[in-house]
Design a binder for this molecule. Structure first.
Ligand SMILES: [Cu+2]
Length: 206
């Protein structure tokens, strides 16, 4: 009877300590998770916001000079320094780890800022494998909260690599517009005799 009681008591203690461990563990995880989510600067980003590479996939082969198009959803582009809700400007991280998300993004060859509001950029990369990542920054170049960033993708740069657009549409060759676009040929010869018209303000000409 006594032994039985002792075992019962011990097993209860064991269960109790396991429960305590579980509770402590869950609390710690919860705190760590909350900490993770809090990263980012003082500017909030709306739900569903995201940045992405347009027509550029992970593992793509690209030439040494490549134009990269930046996609943005659920937010607007605003130049650096301008205060506008739900907006920011693009940053392209080249061969760089994710920087601290609550501080201004560094400005160097690995962290390119597009503070004028650009949505594309031509960059030059050496042949080899490189990583690219987009990270939106607020007026002060600080990531939003939660941060708005793309997955980090890997590109293989070769001297004769196809551009992302060519890779996306390999069947289509040169755009037709290029062959046609000579302004001389587009002018109707009949109009050449009248090179200019008198201009009357307020009267619509057709
Ligand atoms: Cu910036």
């Amino acid at each position: 009877m006594y032994v039985h009681n002792d075992i019962g008591n011990r097993s209860f203690k064991f269960v109790e300590s396991v429960m305590t461990l579980l509770i402590v563990g869950a609390t710690t995880c919860g705190v760590a998770f909350a900490e993770e989510r809090r990263t980012g600067g003082p500017t909030p980003s709306p739900e569903g916001a995201g940045v992405y590479f347009i027509e550029l996939k992970d593992g793509a082969t690209v030439p040494t000079k490549v134009t990269i198009h930046f996609g943005l959803r659920e937010m607007g582009i605003a130049p650096a320094g301008s205060e506008r809700a739900n907006s920011g400007h693009h940053h392209l991280l080249i061969d760089a780890e994710l920087p601290p998300l609550d501080q201004p993004i560094a400005n160097d060859f690995n962290h390119l800022h597009f503070g004028a509001g650009q949505t594309e950029a031509e960059i030059a990369l050496k042949p080899g494998t490189h990583t690219l990542q987009l990270l939106l920054g607020d007026k002060d170049h600080i990531p939003h909260n939660p941060p708005v960033m793309s997955p980090r993708i890997r590109v293989v740069v070769t001297e004769g690599g196809a551009t992302p657009a060519e890779a996306a549409a390999p069947a289509r060759k040169r755009p037709r517009a290029q062959a046609r676009d000579t302004s001389e040929r587009r002018v109707n010869p009949a109009y050449r005799r009248y090179p200019s018209y008198p201009y009357y303000p307020g009267i619509r000409r057709y």
